[in-house]
Write a protein that binds this ligand. Sequence first.
Ligand code: AMP
Length: 418
Amino acid sequence: MDNTRPSRSGKGRSNANSNNKKKSYGRNSGGGGKRDRRGSGGGRSNHNYIPLPAEMMVHQGVPLKTVAYHAETKFPDWKINAKLKSAIKAAGWVYPTEIQEKTFEDIAAMKDVMGIATTGTGKTGAFLIPLIDALLESDKPFQTLVLAPTRELALQIEQEFRTLTLGMKYNAITLIGGRNINTDIVNLKKRSYHLVVATPGRLKDLYQQGKIDLQEASVLVLDEFDRMLDMGFQKDVTYLADKIGERDQTLLFSATLDKSQQKLIDHFLTDPVTVKVSSGEASAEHINQTVKFVDPDDKFDTLIDMLKEPEMKRVLIFAETKHRVKKVTKKLNQAGISADEIHGNKSQNYRQKALGAFKQGKIKALCATDVAARGLDIDDITHVINFEAPTDYDTYIHRVGRTGRAGKGGEAITLYDK
Ligand code: AMP
């Protein structure tokens, strides 16, 4: 493979989609699809509500260990540059993860790849290893631009790049909100970068101020793509990808594969190879999922009784409308259970305060609509309760996936009208 390695430096391969593709996607903000319409509503009348069948929400959680992947190869045997091998060894990695093993050849061959994998599966290494190898083997340097939904993820990617380029002289920069933009501007002027990791908002800002040349990037990585859509970055991501325009390769990683995103994915990728990994948290395999059938009149009392159980330490409760979220919160507080609410009728400031209190354990329960709970990443949520069943499975998995983070188990309980 070393001899046939394709070169990324020339921005040679044109992206068939990149020329005449600005037409439609940019206009829709948010993720599109069912969740948008339903969750942001609140005025939806109840007789249109068709809950997901109860049997789809029952599952005995499997410990993550038992769904672990058994690699067929190990890094010392990989045909990659010796310097990279040393860095991987220094990181203490011996066996590739599933996503790493299954995407390497295609990424190294400069194909567009869509990886269905979530955080914790080693997806960062999956794209960094072949790209660093290409940098080491290439005559001309090239730039990879990674778009990530959150500051934390962006910083983790930069950190992993530093780990995997130990002893090499490559430059990386992270451009994220919440930091002084003037520092970014000064740093961007100083040198060119092999890796640029950015959140969409800050990068767009820098681009519009004329401080970064997006056409320098030969490779675009869209990391946690579904989450970027969840967080309302669709317009910015499309804008930025269009400004990069022609590129050698685009890689997209997403925890879920949602049919409603297909058109948008086609916009970014050309003839992609899709790799779906079985390990990881995306499927909620490791979460215990149960359904409790209740008389609609007893629903509040049932919820209150459940929340009195000592194992219910940090509970995220979903309801279908803002109005219902409000009512659930009120009932819980009246019953002496500390709870707060996040939904579209609450200001950003209010929501952040409620979230802070929940994270710090000052309140036991946080009640939310699907839209308000987008992009939430809170550790140690012990239970997710669906006060009402969602109407589609994708929304269900998104809700349930808020517990059982970082490889831990979790419980999801759906209250189902008798
Ligand atoms: P990620 O899914 O990219 O966020 O990676 C999850 C964690 O696994 C990170 O802490 C990585 O440093 C680590 N990791 C990634 N690949 C490997 C590997 N092949 N062996 C051991 N640890 C890894």
